[in-house]
Structures are given as structure tokens and as C-alpha cells.
Design a protein around this ligand. Structure first.
Ligand SMILES: O=C(O)CCC(=O)C(=O)O
Length: 251
């Protein structure tokens, strides 16, 4: 059974992304939101899932949970949502072959949480693991221009990768036009790992949570464990960091 229409597949190929409204219904979303709240409440734990913090832009000195990654091995509900599911099937339709989970994260964007400079996901060292990824953004809380929804530059995904490990420069963005993609809970945005995107800070008083689930072609291998092993070394979560050492988020 197909989960995407021909028009949606065409739009994805043309623009490098497609917005699928209401991919999950209200009942499914109530469940997913509950799971997000469960993992959000997990304690920091060295050697397990990975939790990253940021400085609040609103309250100096306050640390905010910014993102959580690699939690599906520690949560049965998410594992079922990501594997052998309608989500994995929809991504496989776009690849034209079976997809395998590469990584997953929740971006929490609490009030005062920062935005993301425009970038291509592939610039974050993903080229070491595969040639192309497709990410599904699942909207948990309404996302809009005030709280920092996703902003995307359509039609630029076929121009290859810009510089590794660095966001896009003003010069590189000269020919790009970023459009806002507001979403409601249950909406999904599918985008390719060469599609330029970013977002603004959250200047409202409510959190804005988005789930990002990334797959690659199964024919390029299952490299998820290797990716997280490498990331634990190169950019460890806050509770695994050495005191006095500086860690800088690059892209
Ligand atoms: O959560 C957001 O606002 C955008 C996230 C993003 O671009 C990323 O994590 O690569």
C-alpha cells in the first residue's frame, strides 16, 4: 500500500522536500506526544541515549534541553514507529528501495531556544556513512514563524554539497530563497539531506518540539551504530564531557 501520492513524490523530487499534512491522526499523535514526554523526562545517562543542552537566549545562565538523540533503542514505542512502519514505507517509496534508520532526534526548542543556521544535513559529516538521506520531520507542537518552524530553500538539493562541517555562507545563499513551513501536530515534512534549511529562535513562551527521523538506502548499509559511536567521541552529550574542554556545535 502506498502512503504518498504521485503528486507528493513528484514534489519531493522537484523541490527536495514535501509537506504531508496529517500523516498521523489525532489518536496516533496523542500516543506519539506521550512518548515524547516519556523520553523528555529520562535522566541524563552516560553511555546511553544522547541529551544536549544550550544556553537560553531569554534567561542568561539558564541551560535548556536542546535535543535528544539515539533514544529508539531505549523506547519500544518509538522503535515500532520507526521500523517496519508506515513511516519507513513512505521513505522507501521516495528512495525507490528499502530504507533503513540512520538516526533520530527530538529538537525541543524551549522558550529562549536558539534557531539553526541554514545548512544541508549532509554537511554534518554524513558523507562518511552514505550518499543520501531522507528525513521525516514529525510535528509534535504547532510550529510557526514566532516559535521557529522549519525554513527551506526549494529546488536546491541537486546542486551537491557545500562545505563540510560549516553552515551556508551569505555568498552560497545568494541564489536561494527560504520559505517558512509552518506545521500542525501530525503533519510531516520529508526532505533530502542536500536540501538547505534552517530555523529561527523560539521567542514565545511555549516549547516547540519537532521529531526528526532520518533514513538512508538499505543498499548503502546499516551504519546507525557506527554513526552514534563516532558522534559519542567527536561531540559527546553534555553528561559525557570532560571538564574544562570546549565543545562547539558546528552544523
Ligand atoms: O529544529 C529546528 O528548528 C531545525 C533543526 C535542524 O535544522 C537540524 O537539526 O538540522
Amino acid at each position: 500500500m502506498s502512503h504518498l501520492t504521485e503528486e507528493q513524490i513528484e514534489a519531493f523530487e522537484r523541490d527536495g522536500f514535501v509537506v504531508v499534512r496529517g500523516f498521523y491522526d489525532d489518536q496516533e499523535m496523542a500516543q506519539i506526544k506521550h512518548w515524547v514526554e516519556e523520553v523528555q523526562a529520562y535522566p541524563d545517562a552516560p553511555g546511553k541515549y544522547q541529551r544536549y543542552y544550550e544556553d537560553s537566549l531569554a534567561e542568561p545562565g539558564q541551560r535548556l534541553l536542546n535535543r535528544m538523540e539515539n533514544f529508539s533503542p531505549y523506547h519500544r514505542g518509538f522503535a515500532q514507529l520507526f521500523h517496519n512502519s508506515k513511516l519507513q514505507e513512505a521513505i522507501s517509496e521516495l528512495f525507490g528501495e528499502p530504507a533503513v534508520l540512520f538516526k533520530e532526534k527530538i529538537n525541543f526548542k524551549f522558550p529562549g531556544g536558539d534557531g539553526f543556521k541554514p545548512h544541508q544535513d549532509h554537511q554534518a559529516g554524513w558523507w562518511k556513512y552514505n550518499n543520501l538521506c531522507i528525513t521525516a520531520l514529525i510535528c509534535i507542537d504547532e510550529a510557526n514563524q514566532e516559535n521557529g518552524c522549519l525554513e527551506i530553500a526549494p529546488g536546491k538539493h541537486k546542486s551537491g554539497m557545500f562545505k563540510g562541517w560549516t553552515p551556508l555562507s551569505e555568498e552560497e545563499m545568494k541564489e536561494m530563497e527560504f520559505i517558512s513551513c509552518p506545521t500542525q501536530p501530525g503533519d510531516m515534512i520529508l526532505f533530502d539531506s542536500f536540501t538547505p534549511h534552517g530555523s529561527q529562535p523560539n521567542l514565545t513562551d511555549k516549547q516547540r518540539r519537532l521529531l526528526f527521523i532520518t533514513y538512508n538506502r538499505l543498499s548503502e548499509g546499516d551504519t546507525r551504530e557506527q554513526y552514534y559511536e563516532d558522534k559519542r567521541k567527536s561531540y559527546p552529550q553534555d553528561c559525557e564531557r570532560e571538564e574544562g574542554k570546549e565543545y562547539v556545535f558546528r552544523v
